[in-house]
Design a protein around this ligand. Structure first.
Ligand code: NAD
Length: 451
């Protein structure tokens, strides 16, 4: 069993790995600069919502296999592996912001111990060439005689199923200059039985960006098709089913909705486009993927406007604030942009989310956060379903209809049965499910008024 330091150990990826590697029997220290979250974690309180995480945290704290600290001197010396899991958010031009990586790499270097060899595992999603950058920064700060390797090990877990994904990965990708170092990291994952791809560091870095960009492209593709379906009277859910039966296409990531959000797809597509641009290329497809993503939200708000005959003075209920179900993460969540557009057009917004409301409150001034979806729907002219939480699927639509002032239910994730919605006396609209000729002519009227 190995001694492992996880830098960024209270973040979504770092914390999941800290408890996951402890569960595999390793001796783990989660290191993070966020002192409040570190203190909470040492008490067994998870600062973020992730199914199964708290159980693993408590069990491994009690077993003494994991602990958390803000002190590099208490975490790096003696660690055989140092996992770099800090954030790489977007700058305004799409470029990855590497400040957390640079700072963490410097601190790791300062705390390496002479005559010991550590393997720094780059798990954060970092631009192509970052393993070289991390190597250089660590080397600049390391004492004479300290030895280290940098192995790129991109992460593919999904928030909402992070723990399951850690224990059942599809693949382990390792990029290294030194085969022995890559194999040492591969040994950590050996109990999971996943296929291992060992390659050079730049290719490993690129695998992550290319995989996310491909999935985002699939989502934007079906959302563009959804827009056409909506205007021409086809149903995108049936179209996707018909497409997905072709094994060359597959049915996954062909769900029309409100586009991709979260901390990865938008920033990784943007960062890849930026890298391509900087290399003198023209990343037209990647730019279109981002543009279509923004468009899905504008179209959704436009449809609400059409169905309500205008948004000014209307009350709109939002169901779901997190960027997807089973997480409290609001980064790049469609709900934020949609609520901003509703406010700009004069609507009053009430909202509900089963877990994300404490994190949403400071981001959404002027939005009344409600204890349940029925309370949010009370007095609303329209309900907009934004996040596909399970509890919205089983909702009592009759009770919703009775609580509302109006009768519009706009399902941004196509998870409700239109017949059930209609049976409750509500007007249903989904994404990519054709508008009636009447709605189309109203929509054209709204657009002409704007131009
Ligand atoms: N969230 C995901 O689903 C996911 C999936 C795959 C890959 N990734 C990638 O993993 C990386 C981390 O993502 P995340 O969502 O966990 O981010 P996060 O913001 O939740 O976590 C980053 C953590 O690093 C800490 N930190 C920042 N600077 C530090 C420093 N100098 N020393 C120690 N700790 C420091 C922060 O306090 C924070 O807790 C990103 O590059 C992301 O693209 C994320």
């Amino acid at each position: 069993m190995s001694t492992i330091c996880i830098v960024g150990g209270s973040g979504y990826v770092g914390l999941a790995y800290a408890v996951g590697l402890a569960e595999l029997g390793h001796d783990v220290v989660g290191l993070d600069v966020a002192a409040d979250r570190v203190a909470a974690l040492n008490r067994g309180d998870s600062p973020l919502h992730e199914p199964g995480l708290t159980e693993l945290l408590v069990r491994n704290l009690e077993a003494g296999r994991v602990r958390f600290t803000t002190d590099y001197a208490a975490a790096v010396p003696g660690a055989s592996f140092v996992f770099l899991c800090v954030g790489t958010p977007s700058l305004s031009n799409g470029e990855a912001d590497m400040r957390q990586v640079r700072s963490a790499a410097a601190s790791i270097g300062e705390h390496l111990v002479p005559n010991e060899t550590a393997i720094v595992v780059n798990k954060s999603t970092m631009p192509i060439g970052s393993a070289d950058l991390v190597t250089q920064i660590v080397a600049e700060h390391a004492a004479a005689g300290a030895s280290f390797h940098v192995v790129t090990n991109p992460e593919f877990l999904r928030e909402g199923s992070a723990i399951a994904d850690i224990f059942q990965p599809d693949r382990i990708v390792l990029g290294a200059d030194d085969r022995t170092a890559a194999e040492a990291v591969a040994d950590l994952y050996a109990p999971l039985g996943a296929p291992v791809l060992i390659t050079d560091r730049r290719s490993a870095e690129m695998v992550k960006y290319a995989a996310n960009a491909f999935l985002a492209t699939k989502i934007s593709f079906i959302n563009e098709v959804a827009g056409v379906c909506e205007r021409l009277g086809a149903d995108v859910t049936t179209v996707a089913e018909g497409m997905g039966l072709d094994p060359r296409i597959g049915s996954r990531f062909l769900e029309a909705g409100l586009g991709f959000g979260g901390s990865c797809f938008p920033k990784d597509v943007g960062a890849l486009a930026h890298m391509a641009d900087a290399a003198g290329l023209h990343p037209g497809l990647l730019r279109a993927v981002l543009e279509i993503n923004a468009d899905t939200r504008r179209r959704f708000v436009g449809r609400a406007e059409t169905l309500l005959g205008g948004l000014d003075g209307r009350t709109v209920a939002i169901w779901g604030l997190a960027f997807k179900q089973d997480t409290d993460d609001l980064r790049e969540s469609p709900s934020l942009g949609i609520i901003a557009m509703l406010h700009e057009r004069g609507a009053t917004v009430r909202a509900h989310d089963p877990v994300a409301m404490p994190k949403a409150a400071p981001l959404l001034p002027g939005v009344e956060l409600c204890p349940d979806p029925y309370a949010a729907a009370t007095g609303a002219d329209a309900v907009l379903l934004v996040t596909p939480w399970r509890e919205y699927i089983g909702i009592d639509l009759q009770r919703v209809a009775e609580a509302m002032r109006g009768d519009v239910l706009l399902d941004g994730r196509n998870i409700l049965d239109p017949a059930d919605v209609a049976a409750a006396g509500l007007r249903h609209a989904g994404v990519g499910r054709g508008m009636s000729p009447n709605q189309l002519s109203i929509r054209r009227g709204v657009e002409q008024t704007r131009h």
